[in-house]
Design a protein around this ligand. Structure first.
Ligand SMILES: Cc1ncc(C[n+]2csc(CCOP(=O)(O)OP(=O)(O)O)c2C)c(N)n1
Ligand SMILES: [Mg+2]
Length: 429
């Protein structure tokens, strides 16, 4: 690090990044651990690591409070639906209801499309069952000019932002109604540009440098856009996690990383994914705040994301939020979790799932009742049925679309390949 000294002024630890939480922290009640304390005779000069004072015998980039946020668990809405009123983010009741509807839509749509997959009407499907709050709460906390860079389980977030149900189902079927022209595997919708929602990405972690790039570009243009990037906990082991988070920290890019820790990366448990104490704590070494949140608690997640978005918009840089949840379903329709995990774990997590607790709170607050629940379910069920009826049976996109949209004029080689394909397709089987 020969050029350390050129990197700018030393940043005192009193200015270390903090996220002022509006809610109580519960769960981890242990007092925050203190980092290796220097001896009294050896008072540390608190400087930011790698930023100039190579002779310092002690450096500090985060405080005990920062560590507590990254290793504790922010929770507001308990599994039984109770919450301290003072901690509930101040949001219009209609917004909580819209979020509940968005979560219920995911639940009902996943159920329907998994059934269609088993019936052979859909090639492949991946559910978000159990982690609906982690899909919906982060996008609900964004402003209208913000961008979303999803991973591979956030189709419900696109629906919440306005992707028509018919377009979502057409994408799963890969037919002519699909905005992405059948170019992605099922459950990876491409959305209208106005939604500011990038196409879904299941190439693990590759979306993270892209998210940082968009955020950095916005910063250079002095545009107040914030970027929300989703990732699974499995993605923290991929090199693009390092690239995306490190660049974001160095350039103070306005990006909020939401790491959905659903305990599994296909058959690899979160406990075998990393040597870190939590996924959120990784943020501290990169020099950004890490916040560990109950991912089945819409209130806590909304509060944490909102705070991180506001912070990014103020020019204070990125945040990494870990949403602790559980993947109640299989990794995908090609997976059988009974081969690698016990049903009792899944049952224990099912009792803590996000819809039950938000529904209980809404009812206790007098915003919702059984009759409205029945009406909402009927309406969503009808919408799903109508959207399937409208698009199932539509033909695939035209073959020619395979070579379009990259070159203004497709090169001769692609035209030849297309002609070959058309000849092969025309042959009797
Ligand atoms: C680079 C890369 N490696 C492997 C895969 C196969 N794959 C798809 S999803 C996945 C696990 C991802 O786990 P996690 O990040 O925890 O997200 P989750 O599926 O739990 O939502 C893997 C290994 C892939 N798509 N891309
Ligand atoms: Mg996972």
């Amino acid at each position: 690090m020969a050029d350390e000294k050129s990197k700018g002024p030393v940043k005192p630890s009193s200015q270390a990044p903090t996220v002022a939480m509006t809610a109580t922290e519960t769960g981890n009640t242990a007092p925050p651990r203190t980092k290796a304390a220097p001896t009294a005779a050896h008072q540390p000069s608190k400087v930011r690591a790698g930023m100039g004072d190579v002779g310092a015998d002690f450096v500090e980039i985060y405080s005990d409070a920062d560590l507590a946020r990254a290793t504790g668990l922010l929770s507001i809405l308990a599994p039984d639906g109770r919450a301290r009123t003072a901690d509930v983010p101040s949001v219009e009741p209609a917004t909580w209801l819209a979020m509940y509807r968005g979560m219920l839509l995911i639940r009902m749509l996943d159920e329907r499309l998994m059934t269609m997959q088993r019936q052979g009407r859909v090639g492949f499907y991946a559910e978000a069952r159990g982690q609906e709050a982690s899909v919906i709460a982060p996008v609900a906390a964004l402003g209208p000019s913000d961008w979303v860079v999803p991973s591979h389980r956030e189709g419900g977030a696109a629906l919440y932002l306005g992707l028509p149900l018919r377009a979502y189902i057409a994408q799963v079927l890969g037919n002519v109604d699909d905005i992405g022209k059948g170019r992605q595997m099922p459950v990876h919708p491409t959305t209208p540009r106005a939604l500011r929602f990038l196409p879904m990405s299941s190439c693990v972690a590759t979306q993270l440098p892209q998210a940082t790039g968009i955020a950095w570009a916005a910063k250079m243009k002095r545009d107040p856009t914030v970027v929300l990037a989703y990732l699974g906990e499995g993605a923290t082991s991929a090199e693009d996690f390092h690239t995306g988070v490190n660049f974001a920290a160095v350039f103070k890019a306005p990006v909020v990383f939401v790491c959905v820790n659903n305990q599994w990366a296909v058959s690899t448990p979160a406990t075998a994914q990393s040597g870190s104490e939590t996924f959120a704590v990784k943020a501290l070494a990169y020099g950004l705040p890490g916040v560990r949140v109950d991912g089945n608690d819409v209130f806590a997640l909304y509060a944490a994301v909102r705070e991180a978005v506001d912070r990014a918009r103020r020019g204070e840089g990125p945040t990494l939020i870990e949403a602790v949840t559980y993947r109640l379903g299989a990794h995908s329709s090609s997976d059988d979790p009974a081969r690698y995990r016990s049903a009792s774990d899944t049952e224990a997590w099912a009792a803590k799932e996000p819809l039950i607790r938000l529904r209980a709170w809404l009812k206790a607050a007098g915003i919702f009742d059984d009759a409205r629940e029945v009406r909402m379910r009927d309406e969503i069920g009808r919408d799903i049925k109508d959207a399937i009826a409208a698009t199932e049976g539509q033909p695939p996109p035209p073959l020619r679309s395979l070579i379009e949209d990259v070159y203004a004029q497709p090169p001769r080689t692609l035209e030849e390949q297309l002609a070959d394909l058309e000849r092969i397709r025309a042959r009797p089987i």
